[in-house]
Design a protein. Sequence first.
Length: 487
Amino acid sequence: MTCAFLDSFIANSAGFLAASAILDFRLTGESNTLCHRLRDGEAFRFPPPSKHYEIIIVGGGPSGLVAGYTLRDKNFLLLEKEPRIGGNAISEKWKDIWYSTGVAWSSSALLEALFQEIGLKIYRINSLDAAIINGTLVPEFWGEGIHKAPYSQSVRKSFIQFKKDMLAIDLEAKKKKLDQITFAQLLKPYAPEVKLWFDNYGRNDWGGDTENTSAYIGAESLRWGAGLDSSRFTLPGGFGRASEALRQKIEAAGTQRILTGATTLRVANGTGGKVQVSYFYKGGIITVTSNAVIVAAPKFIAKHLIKDLPYDQAQAMGQMRYMPYLVVNVCTSEVIYNGSYDTDIPAPSLIADFNVADWVIYRDGGDPKRKHILSCYVPLPEAKRESIQADEYVRRIGQDVVDQLDEWFPGARKKTLEIRIYRRGHPMHVSAPGVLTKLAPLLARPFGHILFANTDTIGNVSDFESAATVAKKTAKAAVGLIVKRKP
């Protein structure tokens, strides 16, 4: 979606603004004031160390939480700048209905085992995504739906051939070659409608449209995306429920392991294998030391935190791009749609997809008069990152989302009671060409006793599985650094 299209979309919604003035909004999101001051070069005065830990974890998103859970028998401290943990995996409640503000599902065996270990019941989705094509709802798009979609016969054949061709690629054998070109280049032989599909799907799932996506990432998505992997599962309200369960397990293993509202300002390798970490907490700056530090914050933050970061590593971190994002949860007086767990919409739709928040509980329908939530995912152009700091801009997008739902499901606007919007400026790295094979090795390289987690360390799709995978790896490496220092 271009900025011009988005601006036009919002400008043309003026008639709806008055009609929806009674809607109740709740806007939440990140606080980046101190991070921006650090980014802009402000100098801080750091006191001498006052305490020592075996390990310090910077960042309380999925990667930091999995690292903390893995290290729960160690003496560690986890620092999270936000007032609550979870990062891109936060779940909230409205009228006793859990809903997601970010990551919502996975097909990962690693996560399935982890979630069951921490006492969570997973819910198998068992549903291919629906799609809305030219205003028409198409159930099970990548299954039988392709044959019935309101496209011309030639376009339907192009989708079918595309799917067949992508599944025939030996991805591992061609990984490096595919990661050097854009997905758009790989899509040239197919109908333009295929590109439009992935222009929105990609921005929603890995941060980039086809012109900004690695061909490897795009081709690989035909193996797991849109419900094509039958092992896909979720939790009611998304994976924020897992974030909270991890927090509880960490705190049950030892008190004062997690500090929220604690913004890390500097991480510096010191002498004798110790690392100094300085952070702002409750009005003052505190410095502590550790044998190892796991930086589970994204690289656009990490590059400003770490003192004397090697040039090539800093350059690699600086090349990473991130997509701003809104999740618009539309809370209604009754059900407006319950036909599938997930529904995808091609570009240029403002809404890239929407989930039915309680679908895995009421997949067979339930009471149509029950309170209901559609979680609508709205990835935005990078140029709109500053715009989402303005409440009025975000409210207008929320209103446009309801307007669009009302076109697809007449009466949705009248049934809307509240709009809850979670905004993030840099939640998802763009899986652009070269990130996976060129940048990722540099992003993951340890620097002294500083180790790097976060999903962007791997360079694949930004998801909970990647976050957990790299967290477990760095946690093991951190334990090795502790053992190395013991006499």
